[in-house]
Each structure stands twice: as C-alpha cells, then as structure tokens.
Ligand binder design. Structure first.
Ligand SMILES: [Zn+2]
Length: 238
C-alpha cells in the first residue's frame, strides 16, 4: 500500500505541464515543490513511503518502481513470488521445468554477448571506455551494461530510455539481487536527461561509490546524489 503523502519533486520542462493541468502552483524550472502522491507522473523517481503488503513494515521506494503489490525486502519479494507460483500451479515447487528455464536463460545471455546482440547506448559505451569495462557482459541469466571484472563491480546506466517504460519492480529487484549474489557490487547511474557529467566528475562519483562499503549504490546525475540501497541516505559529493 502506498501512503497518502506529499512528495517533494523538482520542476522540469517535462513535468511542468502535467502539474499545471492538475492545478498546482508550479514554480520555476529547477525549483522544488510538493505534490500529492496521487498526482505523480508514473516516471517519478522520488522515494515514496509504502507499507509492505506481505509483512506490514513501512519502507521507501522510488515511485517509478512501484506496482500494484508492494514488497519491502528480498524475503518478501520471494514470499510473494512463491504465493504467485502457488496460486498459479497450486504447488510450491515447480522443480524441473524451472531449472531447465534457468539453463536456457544463461545460454541466451552468453549468446547475446558473443554475437553482440544487446542494444547499447552512446553513453553506455562512453562509460565503458572510461572505466575500462566490458560491455553487456553475461552474468548468469543477465547481460549487465558494464562489468569491471577484476574489481567485481557492475555498472548499470539508466538513461532516458530506461525511464520511458515503467519498470517491473520485482523483475528489477531480482536482477539486482542476482548480480549482488554472484559476488558483484552494483553501481547504478541514473540520468533522466541522458546527459553525463564531464569525465573527471564521472570518475570522482564512481570512485566514491566503489569504495563505499555497500553492495548497491545509486548515483543520480541530475542531483549529483549518491544513495545507498539499505539506508536510502543521500550524500552530495561534488
Ligand atoms: Zn515486507
């Protein structure tokens, strides 16, 4: 469940019209204002307060990641998954067919990498060169944007295209957890406007993230904010 709440958002040329139409007193571009959670655009990346539909705990999540069912943690996502499978197949373990699927997915990820079949953006390529990474590297079922194999780090870049479709929250969490469980640290770079900072600032941000003792670190390029997955505390470092 999403709590009824006011969310602080930043005015930009894209959201201005939407909130004006909703009757808000919209400030100048770049300035912050409060809107009701019911009026938010689906692509909004601000954190909103929710109640877990599985365990009842309060938690925060980015609005754009939310779906009809709200699960707070890996365990609750897993529980939800099992309940869904149970309802669908009326059994808890779908056993062999699931295992076969995993093999198929892994094979597909390898093929995609070897044959260069994954779509790559200009910024993704640039970041990859900047950090001496490998593009679309297969880790189990997934092709990650950039892998720094020696450092066991995965960098995912979410540009404009990423925010245009509303993401499947559980799918996205599963992907992140899978990568982390394979022993990688995940650094997610988000840029809604699809603009990178200059190379030295990018290196500064990513280096800062690399040495944070956290498994998942989010970097927001618009606000130059760094967020840790577990605490959702933000830190400005530029
Ligand atoms: Zn929960």
């Amino acid at each position: 469940m999403i709590y009824d709440q006011k969310v602080k958002i930043r005015c930009n040329p894209k959201n201005k019209k939407h909130y004006l139409e909703k009757g808000y007193d919209v400030p100048k571009t770049g300035e912050y204002f409060f809107v009701s959670v019911h009026d938010l655009l689906p692509s909004t990346s601000e954190l909103v307060k929710c109640k877990c539909d599985i365990c009842g705990r309060d938690f925060y999540r980015k609005f754009c990641y939310l779906r009809e069912i709200h699960a707070c943690s890996d365990e609750c996502v897993q529980e939800l998954r099992e309940r869904t499978i149970f309802n669908k197949y009326k059994c808890k373990n779908i056993g062999q067919s699931k295992e076969l699927n995993v093999h198929k997915k892994e094979k597909l990820a390898n093929t995609k990498y070897e044959k260069n079949l994954v779509k790559t953006s200009k910024n993704q390529k640039h970041l990859c060169e900047l950090f001496y990474g490998i593009l679309n590297y297969p880790i189990g079922d997934y092709n990650v944007d950039i892998a720094l194999i020696n450092e066991q780090i995965v960098i995912e870049y979410d540009g404009k295209g990423h925010f245009e479709w509303i993401k499947d929250e559980i799918k996205e969490l599963n992907r992140e957890n899978y990568i982390v469980n394979k022993g990688f640290k995940l650094i997610r770079i988000e840029s809604r406007s699809d603009i990178l900072l200059n190379d030295s600032d990018m290196i500064k941000l990513v280096n800062f993230a690399k040495y944070l003792n956290k498994k998942k670190v989010y970097i927001n390029l618009e606000d130059k904010r760094i967020a840790y997955y577990d605490s959702y505390s933000f830190e400005e470092i530029l």
